[in-house]
Design a protein around this ligand. Sequence first.
Ligand code: ADP
Ligand code: MG
Length: 696
Amino acid sequence: MNGAISDILNTTVDMLPATSGLTIKRLKAIGINTWEDLLNYFPFRFEDYSLISKISKIQPGEIVTVQGSIKKAKQEFTRKGWRIQKITIADETGELLLIWYNQPYIMRIFTIGNSVSVAGEVKQYLNTLIIEPKDYEILGLKFTDTLHTGKLVPIYPESRGLSSRTLREKLHIVLNHLSQHDQFVNTVFEWLPEKIRVYNQLTDEFSAYQQIHSPKSKKQIEQAKNRLGFDELFLTQLSGAIIKKQWKKETVTHGFTISPDFMAKISHFQSSLPFILTNAQKKVIEEIVRDLQKTTPMNRFLQGDVGSGKTIVAAVAAYVAYLNGYQTLVMAPTEILASQHYATLNNLFRNLAVKIALQTGAVKSIKTKTTSEKFDIIIGTHALITKKLQFPKIGLVVIDEQHRFGVAQRAALKQKGLNPHLLTMTATPIPRTVMLTLHNELDLSVLDEMPKDRIPVKTFFTPPYKRIAAYEWIKTKITREKDQVFIICPLIEESEVETMQTVKAAKKEYQHLQNNIFSKFNIALLHGKLKAKEKNQIMADFKAKKYDILVSTSVVEVGIDVPNATIMLIEGAERFGLAQLHQLRGRVGRGQKQSYCLLFTSSNQNSNYKRLEYFAKIKTGFLLAEYDLKIRGPGQIFGYRQHGYDDLKIAQMSDLTLIQKTKNAVHFLLKNFSLESVPKVQTKLKKFTITQVARD
Ligand code: ADP
Ligand code: MG
């Protein structure tokens, strides 16, 4: 094979013609290093500028592309200091005024005599029709092919100064270059075996890339998504199947046995708990205990709704490790949660000799001088395994509120010479079918039952005029019943991480509540920009009832357990996904008292009302996830992104048909081919696995 040809996709973006150093830097900053990376940077929507209209035919409200030559260009200044750019273009049917606001560079680009193509909505302005262009291109002296107008135009997730325009231009260069040489297309593309491609009626790979980045019709977009989504789901499942095979061959570094004596101790531990385990908890504990006795490492994924009692299940598993003389590592996503687990486990094991360490940025039980061997359970954040600490006696690793399913963690542990049992836990309601097919390397356990004494949280969707009454009611609840309250501030920006603006808004709300509403009560403020130590202190004080009210950003979302808190007030509820709201609501209703969740919104949108009203009625995460799946359409399972479920770039987690198809295809491949006989599949898989692990 010609080396140069097969390597074409590895060409770095430095080699893109007519591309500035800054653009190259920006491309690399979002992980686009090669032409292949560029091809795999997919648009998230399309703007339809395909209606090309003569000037005399345009209608108000239409989204159109108009082409003509520039007749006049002038800039006007308003009294308020605005600058308005007015460009007049003409075709053979008439003249049209284009207007921009405060875009002085337009004057440099739109010079008289040039031909242009502009796209946007037609509007009425002082009795004439105008366009405020959304996109444009200069066609020079003659009309040529367009890239940003006159067609279905891809819109890319723009980040770090990279515009969709730039991406379109660079992709155009790459696709153009490739399509001019048959040998590139034939040698480099189509990694799927022909039989699988034909059987599943898939567009060929190169056409799919052309169609997603430069579609000629909506149908082409669908075909391309179907093909590229197939690839993604196929690779996810193939890598899962291969990982499973490898894992099956491995043996644990530290094997456990469960003698009758141990069995008695485990039963005794369970009966010493302040509550009776649910049947679901008992069933899952049995599944885990069975796994722990095997010589192959456990890879169990435990799903259970908020408050279903996952922690105790993990504690029993850790106890088994302890009885066998081995350590357990417990990893949580945040330091707050780690210190909470520390408190909970200390409490659960208070009558036993189990020694527990907390190892976070703020607290370090294991000092450089003490060895980790003094402890039986070591709790920290996910950073624990990347730390220099050596844990020679780790038999079990528990990963709480984590979605990455342990592939990267297992790899990291193996580098330390460890191959322990692994238990990953989450409350995020990924539908079972999706879970089983997409991550078939894992064994799945589900806590599908809530503890019996739980009183369901009453949820109220509170209109603005009831705000004052709601505050008064909260005051009575605190004074009479010593209840505690969470007040969650809205996300100010659409961002997955907490921004400064969100924090600022929370501070303001806190001051307002402290000064004007709840001045007689003790209020604390919690947000993500506080130091870990401060956060822990605030949570501990809240738990110890030193505060009546905790005003917080959504950092309290995952896992916090304060049984005496009975009221969860959520501001700007419409800004949260249902899964996130469900997590927030799960912060109350954890004790013996009736709890309440109050939803406040600042939006008048009907669809939001419907969504929130549904939320008020429905108590289980799985139903809410299904609802999100239905109303928000495939792909947009709201709240998944916030929880990191964005592994899929183009396929949709809710596309069960495609998941099933790819599952069958993987099965077919593994049955009929050896991987060695399909080198293109091997190469593709290798690249896929590398990017997956890199994203962990
Ligand atoms: P999650 O599954 O959300 O992690 P936790 O493990 O934090 O839930 O448990 C939530 C609360 O329920 C804790 O206060 C815990 O002590 C309590 N709990 C757990 N199991 C039971 C049970 N079987 N009966 C009553 N309460 C339970
Ligand atoms: Mg939990």
